[in-house]
Ligand binder design. Structure first.
Ligand code: MIC
Ligand code: SF4
Length: 645
C-alpha cells in the first residue's frame, strides 16, 4: 500500500507515538515562525524555559501585525522581539519586510520540511509541499527549544482537481468552493491534500492561497505536491537547491475524496459573517459597495497584484468606493514599483498601505457604519474589521478590483473582455536586507534584551483541582471564534503582552459584562456549542480566560488549536457526551465536577452536576497521556520545566 504526501512527511518526522489515525503523535519540527501579535508572548515563554539557543534548522520572527504605532507599545514590542531573536539564534524579519506567510514562502520554506507558526495561516507553506501547522505560542516556544509538536494523527482528504480555471476565476474561488462543500468544521482532524491533473495548472501563489485558507476549514493543514511548478518558483527565488520532489504514491489510500472541476467554477464570495457562507457572485451582483481592500496573506502575491494592476490600469476607482492595497512583501512591493504597476495602482486612486496585515486584523481601514466591504482576505468574522456592523465579503482579487471600478458587486466575466495572461517571473527581485541574522553564540552573551513597560508577566497557572465547583458564567452558541473570545484590532492588539489589560475585552463581542462577572465569581466555567475556538491561533484566547478564573470549558466540539491552547494554559476542555445536553445548562447555573482530577488520572467517566437544576450530565475529556500530565502540572510551561529537569 502506498503513502499520501502527509504520511510520507509524518513518517520522516515522527518522534513519539505511531502513525495511527486518531492517536496523538509527536513531530520533530524543522522550522518555526512567529509574528509580533503572538510573538512577544511566545518569546517570553521561550525565555522562561531557559534554553539559550533555538534547536530548529531555522526560526524566523516576523513583524507584520502590530505595525500601527500610535503609542510606544508596538514599537517597544518590536524592539523586544528583535533583541531576543538576536540573542537566541532566530532570524528577524524587520517591519516593512512583509507578512510572515508570504515572506516565509518566498525566502525560507522548504518542501518536505515541518513548520509550525504562532499563526493559524502557517499552512500557507503547504503551497510548496511543507507540512506547516498553526499552533499556540507555547507550542512554538517548545519546538524552538527542540521539543516535539503534538497533533492528533490526521485523516487525509484527497481533493482531486480536474480541468483548468476559466478566465477571471481564481484560486480564491477554488478554496471558497472547498469551504462551501466542507464548511468551517469540515477539516477538523484532517489534512487536505490536493491532487489530480488540475494541480499542475496552478502556480505556487495560487496553491498558497488555497492552503492558506485551509485554516478556515479547521484543518490540521493543507498540502500540495512539490513538482516542477514548485521547482520553477524556488528557482526564480534563487533557491532551487532546496527543491525536492514530493508526491503521493499512485496507490495511496485516502480517508475521503472530493473532486473539484476547475473549469466549472465561477467567481464566488463568502458572505457575512463566515468564510463558509459562500454564494456565487452572480447572485450578489449589483449590490452597492463602500470599500475594497486587497492584500493579506491570502492574496497579496506579485501574481495577484499584477492582475489587480492590469484591471485598474488607466481607470479610476468609483467615487463612492475607498480602495486600499497592501502588498504582501517587500519583494512584491519592490517588483511592482520597478515594473511600473505600482504607478497604475496609484493612478487609479488606490490607497497604498505598507506591506503588512493591516485591515485584515483591524489595523486601520475599518469600514463605515454598516459599510459593505469586499476583501481578498480569509476571515469575515463579525466585528473583525473594527466596525461592529461592517459587512465583509471575501472575494478574489479579480472581483475586488473590478468592483472597485464599478462601485457595485461585479462579476468580471460580464464587464471585462479576455483575461490578460500574467506570467510568473523567471526571477524574483531578491534582497534579504531586511532580515537580520542572529548573533553568533559568542556574541549572543553580550546582547541585551530590550523590554518596554507594556510587557507584563505570564498569568499564573495552577494544577488541575480535585473538584471544580463554579458557575456557568457564560453560555455561547456554535462556531465561536477566537476573535469573539479575545478580539484583536488596532485598539487592543498593542496589549498582547499585557494580559490584565486585555482581559477587559474578553468575549466583548458576545457579552461585555463577562470580564466583570467572571472576576466577581472567582472561578467559572464557559459553556459553548460546536467548533468552539475556530479561527486565530492566539493563545490569548486561553490565557485571558485563565487570568479571569475560567477553570473549564464545556462545549459540543472544539477547534484543534484552541483546544490545545486551553490545555497548555491549564484549563480543562470538556465535551458533552450527548450534544443535546447543552440545553440542560443555562447561563448562571452552578456546576460541579466532583473528584475530576482523580477521574482524569484513572481514565474514568466524568459527570457534571448541574447543582441549580439537580441534573447529572455525562461529559468527556478525551485527553492523551501527555495532555493529562500537562493539566495535572498546571500547563505546558510547568510541564516542560518539569520534564526537562
Ligand atoms: C488572524 O488572522 O486572526 C491572526 C491575527 O493572524 C491570528 C494570530 C493572532 O491573533 O495574533 C491567527 O490567524 O492565528
Ligand atoms: Fe495577517 Fe490577516 Fe494573514 Fe492573519 S490572516 S496573518 S492578520 S494577513
Amino acid at each position: 500500500m502506498g503513502y499520501t504526501i502527509t504520511e510520507k512527511i509524518l513518517k520522516e518526522h515522527i518522534v513519539d507515538g505511531e502513525l495511527k489515525k486518531g492517536t496523538e503523535i509527536g513531530l520533530r519540527i524543522d522550522q518555526t515562525l512567529t509574528q509580533d501579535a503572538t510573538g512577544t508572548m511566545a518569546y517570553l515563554e521561550f525565555e522562561a524555559m531557559g534554553v539559550p539557543r533555538v534547536k530548529t534548522e531555522k526560526s524566523v520572527a516576523y513583524i507584520d501585525h502590530n505595525t500601527l504605532q500610535s503609542g510606544f507599545e508596538n514599537a517597544d514590542d518590536h524592539r523586544f522581539i528583535g533583541s531576543i531573536a538576536k540573542k537566541h539564534g532566530i532570524y528577524f524579519s524587520r517591519p516593512g519586510n512583509g507578512i510572515c506567510h508570504q515572506v516565509h514562502l518566498e525566502r525560507f520554506g522548504i518542501p518536505g520540511k515541518t513548520l509550525i507558526g504562532s499563526d493559524s495561516h502557517t499552512p500557507t507553506g503547504g503551497g510548496i509541499g511543507m507540512f506547516a501547522c498553526g499552533a499556540g505560542g507555547l507550542d512554538v516556544a517548545v519546538a524552538m527549544g527542540g521539543g516535539a509538536y503534538y497533533i492528533t494523527c490526521p485523516e487525509v482528504v484527497r481533493v482531486n482537481l480536474v480541468g483548468k480555471l476559466s478566465d477571471w476565476v481564481s484560486a480564491k474561488d477554488v478554496i471558497l468552493e472547498v469551504l462551501r462543500v466542507l464548511t468551517v468544521k469540515g477539516g477538523v482532524g484532517r489534512v487536505i491534500e490536493y491532487a489530480g491533473e488540475g494541480v499542475k495548472t496552478l502556480s505556487v501563489p495560487e496553491r498558497a492561497t488555497i492552503t492558506n485558507m485551509g485554516a478556515e476549514l479547521g484543518a490540521t493543514t493543507s498540502i500540495f505536491p512539490s513538482d516542477e511548478v514548485t521547482r520553477e518558483f524556488l528557482k526564480a527565488q534563487g533557491r532551487e537547491d532546496v527543491w525536492v520532489e514530493i508526491k503521493a504514491d499512485e496507490d495511496a489510500v485516502y480517508d475521503h475524496e472530493i473532486t473539484i472541476d476547475l473549469s466549472a467554477l465561477r467567481p464566488l464570495s463568502a458572505c457575512p459573517h463566515s468564510p463558509d457562507n459562500v454564494k456565487p457572485v452572480s447572485e450578489l451582483k449589483g449590490m452597492k459597495i463602500d470599500q475594497v481592500c486587497i492584500g493579506s496573506c491570502t492574496n497579496s502575491s506579485y501574481y495577484d497584484l499584477m492582475k489587480v494592476a492590469t484591471i485598474l490600469k488607466g481607470k479610476t476607482c468609483h467615487p463612492d468606493v475607498s480602495l486600499s492595497i497592501a502588498p504582501g512583501s517587500k519583494q512584491v512591493f519592490n517588483m511592482l514599483a520597478q515594473n511600473g504597476a505600482l504607478a497604475d495602482l496609484i493612478s487609479a486612486g488606490a490607497r497604498i498601505l505598507e506591506c503588512a496585515c493591516g485591515p485584515c486584523i483591524g489595523m486601520g481601514q475599518s469600514p463605515n457604519s454598516g459599510g459593505i466591504s469586499l476583501r481578498t482576505f480569509n476571515r469575515n468574522f463579525e466585528g473583525r474589521s473594527g466596525t461592529a456592523d461592517g459587512q465583509v465579503y471575501l472575494v478574489s482579487p479579480e472581483v475586488a478590483s473590478v468592483s472597485a471600478l464599478t462601485g457595485v458587486f461585479t462579476d468580471p466575466h460580464e464587464v471585462l473582455g479576455e483575461m490578460p495572461k500574467i506570467e510568473m517571473p523567471k526571477e524574483f527581485l531578491i534582497n534579504d536586507n531586511m532580515v537580520v541574522a542572529p548573533a553568533s553564540e559568542e556574541e549572543a552573551k553580550d546582547v541585551e534584551i530590550l523590554r518596554g513597560p507594556n510587557i507584563k508577566p505570564f498569568p499564573v497557572t495552577a494544577p488541575l483541582e480535585q473538584t471544580i465547583k463554579a458557575p456557568a458564567v457564560l453560555k455561547v452558541g456554535d462556531n465561536i471564534t477566537t476573535d469573539h473570545i479575545m478580539p484583536a484590532g488596532a485598539k487592543i492588539l498593542p496589549y498582547r503582552s499585557n494580559i490584565p489589560y486585555l482581559s477587559q475585552f474578553c468575549f466583548g463581542v458576545c457579552d461585555n459584562t463577562f470580564p466583570q462577572r467572571a472576576l466577581e465569581a472567582g472561578k467559572s466555567i464557559v459553556v459553548g456549542g460546536q467548533n468552539y475556538g475556530q479561527g486565530s491561533s492566539r493563545e490569548h484566547a486561553a490565557l485571558v480566560p485563565l487570568y479571569l478564573g475560567v477553570k473549564a470549558v464545556l462545549v459540543k466540539s472544539f477547534a484543534r488549536i484552541h483546544r490545545q491552547n486551553l490545555i497548555n494554559a491549564g484549563i480543562l476542555p470538556l465535551t458533552f457526551v450527548h450534544e443535546s445536553d447543552y440545553d440542560l445548562i443555562d447561563q448562571g447555573d452552578e456546576l460541579e465536577l466532583e473528584n475530576v482530577r482523580d477521574l482524569i488520572v484513572e481514565g474514568k467517566d466524568i459527570v457534571v452536576k448541574n447543582v441549580t437544576k439537580n441534573i447529572l450530565i455525562p461529559v468527556k475529556s478525551d485527553l492523551s497521556g501527555r495532555a493529562k500530565d500537562i493539566l495535572l502540572l498546571g500547563g505546558l510551561l510547568n510541564y516542560t520545566k518539569e520534564t526537562n529537569k
